[in-house]
Design a protein around this ligand. Structure first.
Ligand code: NAD
Length: 481
């Protein structure tokens, strides 16, 4: 499939055009780089019919066969990593090196899922009366994946790998900003030899219409959503007439704590990476940085040097470390947060304004990597997810204080701890109410670990031994001989 064609609907094994198209933009230049099919409720209904028809065959295909196909798909991604990375960068704006890393991570996730499918076993309980009990795992049934633009490859592939490994047919509705990389990846997985209807793609500029049509049909047994808390909560409310399984990977408000016994240079490098990756548009980006007063000055000097070395630009230009925000709305939110913090007494240590590039072709929404010192708990940025390259810094005196302030949020996705002390680290890890914790580790995401949040950051997990459970039902069988 060529990205210049708008045949981005994959329904029942065939790539199709929609009744209309929508433009896809390069967020760095605002140039139109392609078009995607504007799928509608009829396309959604056709996809669900095909998924239901495919379910029995796919669940019976066997975990080993499904795993073989997923490994082949992973090899396909690795083989085309360079052209996929360039498409990802032109659609999302992130630097090429980050796109390459995301695609490599996607291939690893498919490989992990292929193995986990073969481990989706149940158990036999000791005989009670005249026979044993069995716990069986079976695929949940046709599912819908709704995916975001910020990690348009890895968030999509996590769902594809786990669903397919479990024997679940999946309909993917990608974000409207990044439909082309989604369609390419779905094409690669499909071309590994999937039967029609097992993996489908419905691109659309009308997500509520397409999702609504599917949610209204009780044959859809599962939804896996990654995106904002607001839309995620709406999906939960939309299922009130019939219950179905729902996985939510939502927003975050990650704290990082730099304790006085941290390796300060390593912590400064780690914080810069965990904050400014993907221009801060990551659900696990640091949103609040708590630094112990004893190491604050040394730490901030090193951090400032790291952040000042970041280079804004087009993601495909050599030397670029930081791309644009996805759109003007994202930029406006970043500006609101900085203005509010400054009006309440924060100081701009670095950045604090839009980036005005010398190259007029860079018409996208760029914001300078920003450090705000003197942040306090009354500021909007302390409570709302910024989703941009702004780092507010708070000072603390005791471990208890830092942990309590870090936990003071409705979110519970990720937290970061920088410390060289075992007891102090263990205490923090035990007491922080977050689903993912990096200890001296800016990138706490691996296929082997379950990823997901607590509180308003979500429910269920992706990855780890837990990930496949989200696509499995549990049956208890009691046998009497
Ligand atoms: P968003 O919720 O607007 O969009 C996410 C997806 O939902 C897109 O596919 C979109 O088309 C779809 N969508 C939008 N409205 C919908 C509706 N009414 N019904 C059904 N689907 C709908 O989120 P966004 O702004 O694109 O993404 C940023 C958010 O996603 C941030 O809050 C971020 O933290 C979160 N996120 C979370 C994770 C995670 O794993 N926890 C990962 C990436 C992003």
């Amino acid at each position: 499939m060529s990205v210049n064609s708008a045949a981005t609907l994959l329904i029942n094994g065939k790539w199709q055009e929609g009744n209309g198209n929508f433009d896809v933009l390069d967020p760095a230049t605002l140039d139109v780089i392609g078009q995607a099919a504007d799928g509608d409720r009829d396309d959604a209904a056709a996809a669900l019919d095909a998924a239901c028809a495919a379910f029995d065959g796919w669940r019976s295909a066997g975990a080993e066969r499904r795993g073989d196909l997923l490994r082949q798909a992973a090899a396909g991604i690795r083989a085309r990593a360079e052209s996929l990375a360039s498409l990802l960068t032109s659609e999302n704006g992130k630097p090429l090196a980050e796109s390459r890393g995301e695609l490599l991570g996607s291939a690893r996730m498919l490989e992990w899922s292929a193995e986990q499918g073969r481990r989706a076993d149940g158990r036999v309980t000791p005989a009670s009366g005249s026979g044993p009990g069995l716990v069986l795992k079976s695929p949940v049934g046709p599912a819908l994946a709704i995916t975001p633009w910020n990690f348009p490859a890895s968030m999509l592939i996590r769902k594809v790998g786990l669903a397919l490994a479990a024997g679940v047919p999946l309909i993917v509705k990608p974000a409207e900003q990044t439909p082309l990389i989604a369609a390419e990846l779905i094409g690669i997985v499909n071309d590994a030899g999937l039967p029609p209807g097992v993996l489908q793609c419905v691109t659309t500029s009308r997500p509520a219409e397409v999702a609504g049509a599917l949610l209204a049909d009780e044959r859809l047994r599962k939804v896996s959503f990654t995106g904002s808390t607001e839309v995620g909560l709406g999906l939960v409310r939309g299922t009130e007439n019939h219950l179905r399984r729902i996985s939510l990977e939502l927003g975050g408000h990650s704290p990082a704590i730099v304790f006085p016994d941290a390796d300060v240079p390593a912590a400064a490098a780690g914080v810069a990476a965990a904050k400014f990756f993907n221009a801060g548009q990551s659900c696990i980006a640091i949103n609040r940085l708590y630094v112990h007063r004893e190491v604050r000055d040394e730490f901030l000097e090193l951090l400032e040097r790291k952040v000042a070395a970041l280079r804004l630009g087009h993601g495909s230009a050599s030397g670029t470390t930081t791309g644009p925000l996805i759109d003007r709305a994202g930029l406006a939110k970043v500006e609101r947060h900085v203005e509010d913090a400054v009006s309440r007494g924060a100081t701009v240590m670095l950045g604090g304004r839009r980036w005005e590039p010398a190259d007029p072709a860079l018409a996208g929404a760029f914001y300078e990597p920003t450090i705000l010192t003197g942040a306090d708990d009354g500021m909007r940025i302390t409570h709302e997810e910024t989703f941009g390259p702004v780092l507010p810094v708070y000072s603390f005196d005791t471990d208890e204080e830092a942990i309590a302030r870090a936990n003071r949020t409705d979110y519970g996705l990720a937290a970061y701890v920088f410390s060289g002390g075992l007891a102090r680290t263990w205490n923090a890890v035990e007491r922080l109410n977050f689903g993912v914790i990096g200890v001296n580790e800016p990138g706490p995401v691996r296929p082997e670990l379950p990823f997901g949040g607590m509180k308003n950051s979500g429910q269920e997990r992706e990855g780890g031994a837990e990930g496949i459970e989200a696509y499995l039902e549990t049956k208890a069988v009691s046998i009497r001989f």
